[in-house]
Design a protein. Structure first.
Length: 507
């Protein structure tokens, strides 16, 4: 078929919406000497076609490959495969996000035709899926309530229990299992920002290598993300939690008294030495799990963070170097932490001998002792899986009845305690292994309420007053909560001590 162009009879009849303008550009031949004549239509007016042609010419003149036939899927897979600068775990996470989110939605498109609207549509679909996930969570909660009621009805029924009650409980359990199988985890603003940053990194590379002229991710709109601010478990918040189960924030910090109670009541737990280290020396979970005896100098009282155990989304574990140069650090141990790990070393030697004796007596029941060299191990020498450490911590504080925090939040406790004890922000940054000073100052140092109160009262005391309002009454029975002072006094903190001679459960 030939093109009618201006001879088209429907154009002469001026039919509405019929016909469009094309551009046809003669570009310089490529490196192989092949002709390049890009042509594209669909423009409603001549001016639009001319503008598009000029844009194409400018991009080609700038070195952009305006005729590449690379699809988004091919480009993203090549990009992630060549990211030799990423650690293996991070590389796997990026690849997983690309394969699950972006390649199914955008992979069929030519890379040079990818636009902001296409990327925005991906996140619009994520928002729609979040609504479905929220409904799935409601359905799961309802199914759990029905299952609990059905179980109670069966359990409380007089014997012999009616068969229909057992059948109702079985049906309720089946429905609960189906409800829990549906996706329920919300893809929040923080997660969406990570996804966009991953794709944007690939598109920046495309721009830098002249495959694209501009990054289509730059103007994508997302819900505003704000990093969660640590909150302290004050008495009022604890009372509210005990009454309703409500946790006021995603990042919570214990007070010194709560931290001391946790340590005092945890001395018989196998992971107590690791938790003690995390409370006062603030290693990350993976850094704690990956600590080796060769890096724990009990003579010099230091622990060198040079390895970390990390998990991928399949819960597989691998050893890697710390996440950043600042994370590779040496921690000075306090006296109680040092004594605790001296006892732990002796305990492990005793456990090793006992396990080897059991293996010799019954090799079918007891596997050989795994001398892995890690500081925190299970009774047969196997290192702790980082996820298992978190689960053990959560179960333990639930048994103790303490306000819930995550294992990672012990780092927040360490930062807050160190700040209250008078350490400088720079020293706390080094303790936590942060590359950014602002991250330490803004995120990890939630002040304890009593010290914030002391600072506030000290500021008021600077101004001389003849007719000052009375101070608030002391809730513990004193005349005043604060007394006027002649100068600013630094708030003092007496940390709740933990037993330095406590040994782990197996000692």
């Amino acid at each position: 078929m030939r093109e009618l162009k201006d001879d088209c009879p429907r154009l002469k009849k001026r039919e509405k919406g019929h016909g469009s303008w094309y551009y046809y550009v003669h570009l310089p031949d490529d490196a192989k000497g092949d002709r390049r004549r890009p042509r594209k239509g669909g423009h409603l007016t001549k001016e639009e076609a001319e503008k598009a042609a000029q844009k194409l010419w400018d991009e080609a003149s700038d070195g952009v490959d305006v005729e590449n036939k690379v699809t988004v899927a091919d480009f993203l897979r090549t990009w992630i495969a060549n990211r030799a600068d990423l650690k293996d775990t991070m590389k796997e996470e990026y690849a997983d996000d690309l394969e699950r989110i972006f390649i199914p939605a955008l992979g069929h498109r030519l890379l040079r035709e990818l636009r902001t609207a296409h990327v925005q549509a991906v996140f619009a679909d994520i928002w729609a899926q979040n609504e479905i996930k929220a409904a799935n969570q409601v359905a799961a909660d309802q199914a759990r309530a029905v299952c609990t009621a059905a179980h109670s009805a069966w359990k409380d029924a007089p014997r012999p229990r009616p068969h229909e009650l057992r059948a109702a409980w079985s049906a309720a359990r089946a429905k609960l299992k189906d409800a829990l199988a549906e996706p329920r985890r919300n893809t929040g603003p923080g997660r969406q920002l990570k996804l966009l940053n991953t794709l944007s990194g690939a598109m920046k590379h495309a721009v830098n290598t002249k495959v694209l002229s501009e990054n289509p991710c730059e103007h994508v709109n997302l819900p505003k993300y704000e990093a969660p601010e640590p909150l302290v478990w004050t008495d009022a918040r604890v009372a509210r939690w005990r009454a309703t189960g409500e946790v006021p924030g995603s990042v919570m910090v214990w007070t010194p008294e709560q931290t001391g109670e946790f340590l005092d009541r945890s001395t018989d737990h196998r992971l107590y030495p690791a938790w003690h280290m995390q409370v006062f020396r603030a290693p990350r979970r993976g850094e704690s799990a990956g600590l080796r005896w060769t890096e724990l100098d009990l003579e010099q009282a230091t622990a060198t963070i040079s390895h970390t155990l990390v998990t991928n989304r399949k819960h597989e574990v691998r050893a890697e170097t710390p996440k950043s140069r600042a994370s590779n650090r040496t921690l000075t141990l306090d006296g109680s932490t040092l004594a605790l790990h001296v006892a732990l070393r002796d305990t492990q030697q005793m456990e090793k001998a006992q396990w080897q004796a059991k293996h010799r007596e019954d090799p079918k029941k007891y596997d050989p002792y795994m001398d892995t060299g890690y500081v925190y191990v299970q009774i047969d020498g196997r290192p702790w899986h980082p996820d298992s450490m978190s689960q053990a911590f959560s179960r333990h504080i639930k048994r103790l009845g303490l306000p819930p925090i995550r294992l990672h939040d012990l780092r927040h406790c360490a930062a807050s305690l160190s700040l209250a004890a008078g350490l400088s922000m720079k020293a706390i940054q080094a303790l936590l292994g942060h590359a950014s000073y602002s991250l330490t100052a803004n995120t990890y140092t939630s002040l304890m309420p009593q010290f914030a109160q002391a600072e506030a009262d000290a500021t008021v005391a600077v101004v001389p007053r003849k007719n000052a309002p009375p101070s608030a009454p002391d809730p513990e029975g004193g005349d005043h909560l604060t007394e006027p002072s002649e100068g600013l006094a630094a708030p003092q903190l007496t940390l709740v001590p933990s037993p330095s001679d406590a040994a782990p459960a197996a000692a």
